[in-house]
Design a binder for this molecule. Structure first.
Ligand code: KIV
Length: 272
């Protein structure tokens, strides 16, 4: 197998490590991964969490949204990522309509955990009762609030959420509710930095942001965006780490370094 210069052997990360990082203030680095090659490279560069995101529908499969992604797709890609992993914590997305009942959600989560060897599953929205049910079955859950790509046809466009004071108040309440339901992690997507700060400081569980400012407990990016593989228009919150890096491995090292140092995202990469 290829040996990467400076590559790290990571001791396998667990939820306890992520909780400890919140306690000590060490920022959590997270990238999406969809296959074994990137999984090996990212985990060896020291990325703490690999998210097998349903964004694969857009960046790998070429769809215009995440809606066509199936459980079969998610299981296949989770297995690839698990195979290449070197100790990072793996979260797998539950795709559109895979959680339409509590039982279906739990059964699909079990597939990603048993056959995909994911350590946690992520579902979009303040699905408090579904989360409670899954947690009762022993399933570790990451909640996802803010911009919900699976709701694109209800939203009409991908845009910043939680801007009005009423919307901000509702998001804060939803975050408190998903934590109370037993979620052990929260991803916040595309919300004002001040609101993400308030949510991160209010919750005991680690909060990982994408387009949610510098004050979250960690940062996640879609790997294809931060590697400049996406030729379309870039969202304000993404950064191309390939500029000035010379190699994918160095770009990922730079991402981890900037997340840990608290220098990414900058004000320009955040919503106010
Ligand atoms: O699917 C995905 O990549 C995600 C991130 C945008 C958080 O859910």
């Amino acid at each position: 197998m290829t040996q990467y210069a400076g590559s790290l052997e990571q001791a396998p990360k667990t939820i306890l490590d992520l909780q400890a990082m919140k306690q000590t203030g060490e920022k959590i680095s997270c990238l999406t991964a969809y296959d074994a090659a990137f999984s090996t490279l990212f985990s060896r560069a020291g990325v703490d969490v690999l998210l097998v995101g349903d964004s694969l529908g857009m960046v790998v499969q070429g769809h215009s949204s995440t809606l066509p992604v199936t459980m079969q797709d998610m299981l296949y890609h989770t297995q690839l990522v698990s195979r290449g992993n070197n100790g990072a914590f793996i979260i797998a997305d539950l795709p559109f309509m895979s959680t339409s009942s509590h039982l279906e959600a739990a059964k699909n989560a079990a597939l990603l955990i048993q056959q995909g060897t994911a350590q946690m599953v992520k579902l979009e929205g303040a699905r408090v009762e579904t989360i409670q049910f899954m947690v009762q079955q022993g399933i570790p859950v990451c909640a996802h609030l803010g911009l919900l790509p699976q709701s694109i046809n209800q939203l009409g466009k991908y845009s910043v959420q939680g801007k009005s004071s009423a919307a901000a108040k509702q998001l804060l309440q939803e975050a408190i509710a998903v934590e109370a339901a037993g979620a052990q992690l929260l991803i916040l997507e595309c919300i004002p930095a001040t609101l993400a700060k308030e949510i991160s400081q209010t919750l005991k569980i680690p909060v990982i942001g994408i387009g949610a400012g510098i004050d979250c407990d960690g940062q996640v990016l879609v790997a294809y965006d931060m590697l400049g593989l996406n030729l379309g228009q870039q969202a304000k919150f993404t950064k191309n780490f390939m500029h000035e890096s010379g190699s994918i491995f160095n770009a990922v090292l730079a991402f981890v370094e900037e997340v840990k140092a608290g220098t990414f995202p900058s004000l320009e990469e955040s919503y106010q």
